[in-house]
Design a protein around this ligand. Structure first.
Ligand code: NAD
Ligand code: MG
Length: 380
């Protein structure tokens, strides 16, 4: 059945893979958004003929408008333009923006009553309480795209009573530095950190995978998506990225979702839920792998997992601060301004020193994130 979809962050790693799914299924594209990539967006407009497209960067949007003036696509600009695209009535809106910039568009998707396929984990890490309450109020199920959360969502499909669920187990690839000790990480280069063993992803999440901050963010994401206590969410390192995550039930039965590491499976499932349809993703051959391994995370070396665990246990504004500090430190590392190990130090200090509020609004979240970003900038 043809569906009308909008993709926020269409020029990125998830966005372009989502367009692969769109190609295969023959979906109609209503709107596309990105930050500033004029050429990529021009190509997407010519191919998918969306009614609307938006670039956050005003100058880039101006350039794009001239380039595609021969098409029927209306070009919008700024965050307002992105949120306008998010609000247009579609069958599904996929949010694959990177970073907490995705929060406002998520809120626009939900306020408009659109179904939300969510790849942007930072939405839930920064605004989990507000976003999940809004989704509930609007009667909208958030469809997870992050592979671990999609795996849990899929493993929950036979579950009629959520109180039967005892524990969620998130798998982690361990990233490029699995097995290394902290002392070996001091002189890691950006190039080494960008070399992920199993997944090809955007730069920010690839660095988050190397520090394992990604797993900390995913722990918080799981708390909000599945209304689960942090203590009932475990993390296990699984180097092959074949078992994408698991659900343990009260009878100690464990249900997992497996597949080759290819994001087009979770993207497609979010866009076709509750149905499954064929996909071009390679079949899983367990005998090709032969051995699947499972290890405890090294919390000493990859301390950011527990920084995130402490932040969500404390709750309030701490997870948002952890996320904002990480976004700033992650960027500074990619720009060569700080060492790899400083990412953890800076995020840890920001979370410890951040002001706390248990009852908070969206504007408190923005203030807390700004404080954490400024704190990290002041230390660089
Ligand atoms: P990416 O950097 O490849 O793409 C990001 C997209 O967001 C681009 O289209 C970019 O133009 C847009 N964007 C960047 N900054 C923006 C801003 N300030 N405002 C609006 N749009 C902006 O990132 P990605 O790897 O595709 O990741 C996207 C999201 O999906 C992240 O939250 C990431 O954690 C999550 N995710 C990604 C993967 C993966 O395999 N890449 C897997 C799981 C989850
Ligand atoms: Mg993931």
């Amino acid at each position: 059945m043809s569906k009308v979809v909008t993709i926020l962050g269409s020029t990125g790693s998830i966005g372009t893979q989502a367009l692969d799914v769109v190609d295969m299924q023959g979906y109609e594209v209503l709107a596309l958004t990105a930050n500033s990539c004029v050429d990529k967006m021009e190509n997407q407009i010519r191919k998918y003929k969306p009614k609307y497209a938006a670039l956050v960067d005003e100058k880039a949007a101006g350039e794009l408008k001239v380039k595609v003036s021969d098409t029927g696509t209306k070009i919008l600009s700024g965050m307002d333009g992105v949120c306008e695209c998010a609000s247009l009535s579609a069958d599904y809106v996929l949010n694959s923006i990177v970073g907490m910039a995705g929060l406002e568009p998520t809120i626009s998707v939900l306020n408009a009553g659109n179904k939300l396929a969510l790849a942007n984990k930072e939405t839930l890490v920064t605004g989990g309480k507000i976003v999940t309450e809004l989704a509930k109020e609007k009667g909208i199920k958030i469809l997870p795209v992050d592979s671990e959360h999609s795996a849990i969502f899929q493993s929950l499909q036979g579950c009629r009573n959520f109180s039967e669920v005892k524990r969620l187990i998130l798998t982690a690839s361990g990233g490029p530095f699995f097995g290394k000790k902290k002392s070996e990480l001091a002189d890691i280069t950006v190039e080494q950190a960008l070399n992920h063993p199993n997944w090809s992803m955007g730069a920010k999440i690839t660095i988050d995978s190397a520090t394992m901050m990604n797993k900390g963010l995913e722990l918080i994401e799981a708390v909000w998506l599945f209304d689960m206590k942090p203590d009932n969410i475990d993390i296990v390192v699984h180097r092959q990225s074949v078992v994408h995550s698991l659900v343990e039930y009260c009878d100690n039965s464990v249900i997992a979702q497996l597949g080759v590491p290819d994001m087009r499976i979770p993207i497609q499932y979010a866009l076709t839920y509750p149905d499954r349809i064929p996909s071009p993703v390679k079949q899983l051959s367990l005998t090709d792998y032969g051995t699947l391994t499972f290890d405890k995370p090294d919390y000493e070396t990859f301390g950011l997992i527990n920084v995130c665990r402490a932040a969500i246990n404390e709750g309030g504004l701490k997870p948002a601060c952890a996320n904002a500090a990480n976004e700033e430190a992650n960027l500074a590392f990619r720009q060569g301004k700080i060492k790899f190990t400083q990412i953890e130090e800076l995020v840890r200090s920001a979370v410890e020193l951040a002001c706390q509020k248990s009852d908070y609004t969206l504007s408190d979240i923005h203030d807390a994130c700004k404080w954490a970003s400024d704190f990290v900038k002041s230390k660089i």
